[in-house]
Ligand binder design. Structure first.
Ligand code: FES
Length: 262
């Protein structure tokens, strides 16, 4: 590849210099190229593979580095400017070294009034970090995030994109303490938690090989299904969000989903 990209315009040079960046070590590069080839083959046009390939390079380094951007540009025939534009648009791509666990506290309207703001403030104090900052041990990156489309379980915390529903400041502190101590943490719904790099590889389109992980993906909770029944004109039983006292919560900081009729 020359230092001037050909872009995705059928070989017409855009005249844009490629961003300088070191390459991956040869063995890593060979492994990632094989993975990238598999991903690209799933799409009719190679540039459609950019989003999963950004997850792929993130799974290697924990965030999207200049090296990762250069790699994506080279294997897809894009400019580094085009890849950078995408990598900086989506919040699921991190641009600096971050923790094994991305702890996102929803502070959008509903979660905020249901306790999301209090959870976020409490975690900042508890962890000694601000928004988008990482604990010194490299375990936890804290951030406030926008609506996760899980408002019926507000306030919601997401760790590496897995849901932890109906949280409180105390349960959220227990969650991060468990993560830092290396204790098992189970999401309220979905597959067991894994590290950010492991999650990024799954998002790149590679199978989750952990026994039972796929089967544990779960489904909609009672609160969500109530909305569906209303939409169908049925009269659902009343659903009241269960916000158990800290002593009643299961270990690992996760809360249980409310049973219908509770
Ligand atoms: S407002 Fe938090 S999930 Fe929608």
């Amino acid at each position: 590849m020359t230092d001037v990209a050909m872009g995705a315009t059928g070989g017409v040079s855009l005249g844009i210099p490629q961003m300088p960046a070191p390459d991956f070590p040869a063995d890593v590069r060979a492994r990632l190229e094989a993975d990238a080839k598999e991903v690209i083959a799933r799409y009719p046009g190679s540039r459609s593979a950019l989003l999963p390939l950004l997850h792929l390079v993130q799974s290697e380094e924990g965030y999207v580095t200049r090296t990762g951007i250069r790699f994506c540009a080279e294997v897809l025939g894009l400019t580094t400017a085009e890849v950078t534009a995408v990598a900086t648009f989506y919040t699921m791509y991190r641009r600096k070294p971050s923790g094994d666990y991305q702890v996102g506290v929803c502070t959008n309207t509903l979660c905020a009034v249901m306790g999301g703001d209090a959870i976020f403030d409490e975690l900042k104090q508890h962890l000694g970090v601000g928004n988008d900052e990482t604990t010194e041990d490299g375990k936890v990156t804290l951030e406030h995030i926008e609506c996760n489309a899980a408002c019926d379980f507000a306030p919601v915390v997401m760790i590496n994109w897995e849901f932890f529903d109906n949280q409180t400041p105390e349960s959220a502190k227990q969650l991060v303490d468990d993560l830092i101590a290396g204790r098992e943490v189970r999401p309220t719904r979905g597959a067991p938690l894994c590290t950010y790099k492991e999650t990024a590889r799954i998002l790149a389109g590679f199978p989750d090989e952990r026994p039972g992980a796929v089967e544990a993906s779960g489904g909609a909770g009672p609160a969500s299904l109530t909305g569906l029944r209303l939409h169908k004109g049925e009269t659902p039983s009343r659903v009241v969000t269960q916000r158990a006292e800290p002593d009643d919560r299961p270990t690992g900081g996760a809360t249980r989903a409310p049973e219908e009729g509770e």
